[in-house]
Design a protein around this ligand. Structure first.
Ligand code: NAP
Length: 486
């Protein structure tokens, strides 16, 4: 059966990839979903040049015009939900429930949120400041304002777990602020992103304001980051790639927003409501097969409730049906590729070799096709076990016991990551006290629910800068001071 070949978007034109195309594989069935365009390095450069050319006029558009285009794009996306949901589902292998609730609708919400963001004030009044008289100038009262200006051309590079949602979270605020963008989705699942390009084109964004390049080879992203037309790189992905991008971007002082890896701690104290703790941890453990950067995958449990928490998590894993992501009762679908499955399996083995005990999962489910790992629980881990220190990005949770609050904080802070931690306790003073000692960008107290107006980002090797609400908008701006006498 012939498959559809999708197209790039460069300077307002839909184009085939000059380097051909490559197949995108459904992670559950291993069947080909479609062919993604393989951009040449010259096309990447042309996309960045088109964005640079479009920037001066776009940056001067009225906020209302930018808001109207973002809302129009959200409307068109809503109209194409029936096409996008199955496409995203097929290329990511996400369960139907995840795709219908999160993978597609969230992207529409993000566009609506940043349509409002385009209307937020960009001028900040400042108090006048009195200058002392000097030999060179008489004393004067100086007035000032600070103005948020767009940065310029933003390279938006995204990971595979939520392809269009991650992209919307970048281009929504970047466009709202008056920047132009070049989008480079992950090689594993870029098809819906290219459809998104069609939608933005149809919505009426001027030529060159949004450009989309895809490719299977590392050269695509590398050429984009290195392009002299790019002023800022907004990257979500792994810590090693973030570091490599930072090194290249730093040479030209390109602005950076880096959202990187995580190894979330879920600290469970003796007094916690165990049903809440176990339920919350299990819900994120299973969500999108653990391919989520904010999951509490290191469960750090006080000894008094250790056996109860391990037993509760083991029982919960038994209820996570693994298999066909299209079946309504499936909880855990496949991982994105065979490579990622193998990587997860070898880290499980390393965890066991370092003394961890598998109490659930640990084996491949008996399915004919697909890149599956059963929900896996490794208990009795020491804080220096590689399975405790390294990110799985799969359905694996490790459990580490602790005796007192200081030890819990030390274990939680004991990795290079600092993205999202969780504290489960009935004592609200302790919850706040512990949260403030955690070297992490985000803390959930007895919950895994997010507030999307809160700043989101990482401490340590989990990233640089903040996304979320107005923080996300301001990340795509430069601050300019304008000062005058009087
Ligand atoms: P990845 O391997 O880092 O790739 C992410 C993107 O970077 C892909 O588009 C990739 O495309 C591109 N890339 C790789 N090397 C590059 C380079 N040198 N220059 C420019 N671009 C480059 O990440 P992933 O495996 O897709 O996603 C999983 C990771 O993302 C996990 O570590 C997870 O924690 C993290 N993540 C973080 C957040 C957050 O908000 N903090 C959210 C979601 C995911 P090519 O491979 O084709 O080059």
């Amino acid at each position: 059966m012939a498959t559809t070949t999708y197209q790039l978007l460069i300077g307002g034109s839909r184009e085939d990839g000059e380097a051909g195309s490559y197949d995108i594989v459904n992670p559950a069935t291993e069947a080909v979903v479609g062919a993604a365009p393989e951009a040449s390095v010259a096309q990447v450069e042309a996309a960045a040049a088109a964005a640079a050319e479009a920037f001066p006029a776009w940056s001067r558009t009225k906020p209302e015009e930018r808001a109207a285009l973002l809302n129009k794009a959200a409307d068109l996306l809503r109209d194409r939900m029936d096409e996008l949901v199955p496409l995203v589902q097929a290329e990511t292998g996400a369960t139907l429930r995840t795709t219908q609730t999160m993978q597609v609708p969230t992207c529409i919400e993000r566009f609506r949120r940043y349509a409002k963001g385009a209307l937020e004030p960009t001028t900040i009044p400042l108090p006048p400041s009195e200058m002392p008289a000097t030999a060179l100038a008489p004393g004067a009262l100086m007035g000032a304002i600070a103005v948020r200006q767009p940065v310029g051309v933003v390279a938006c590079i995204t990971p595979y777990n939520f392809p269009i949602v991650n992209m919307a979270g970048k281009i929504g605020p970047a466009l709202a602020m008056g920047n132009t963008v070049v989008v480079k989705p992950a090689p594993q699942d870029p098809l819906a992103v290219t459809v998104f390009g069609e939608v933005l084109h149809e919505a009426g964004f001027p030529a060159g304001v949004v450009n989309i390049v895809t490719g299977s080879a590392p050269e695509t992203g590398q050429a984009l980051v290195a392009s002299p037309h790019v002023d800022m790189v907004s990257f979500t992905g792994s810590t090693p790639v973030g570091r490599a991008i930072g090194e290249v971007a730093g040479r030209d002082m390109k602005r950076l927003l880096l959202e990187l890896g995580g190894k979330g701690a879920g600290i469970v104290f003796d007094d916690a409501d165990l049903a809440t703790a176990i339920g919350t941890i299990s819900s994120v453990w299973a969500f999108h097969s653990g391919q989520i950067c904010t999951a509490p995958t290191r469960v750090i449990v006080q000894r008094g409730v250790y056996d109860a928490v391990v037993a509760g998590l083991q029982k919960a894993s038994g209820r996570m049906k693994v298999g066909d992501p299209l079946a309504p009762d499936t909880v855990v679908g496949p991982l994105i590729t065979a490579l990622q499955r193998d990587r997860v399996e070898s880290l499980v083995q390393a965890g066991v070799a370092a003394g961890g005990e598998i109490v659930a999962g640990g084996e491949r489910p008996d399915l004919e096709t697909g890149f599956y790992v059963s929900p896996t629980l490794i208990a009795g881990c020491k804080p220096d076990n590689p399975a405790v220190l390294q990110e799985f990005f799969g359905p694996v949770v490790v459990v580490v016991p602790f005796d007192d609050e200081d030890e819990a904080v030390a274990i939680a802070n004991g990795t290079e990551f600092g993205l999202y931690d969780y504290v489960f306790t009935a004592d609200s003073s302790r919850a706040m006290r512990v949260a403030r000692q955690l070297r992490t960008g985000n803390v959930g107290l007895n919950t895994a629910q997010r507030n999307h107006e809160a700043p989101f980002g990482g401490f340590k090797m989990s990233g640089v800068g903040r996304d979320g609400g107005s923080w996300g908008l301001h990340a795509y701006s430069e601050l300019q001071s304008i000062v005058w006498p009087g």
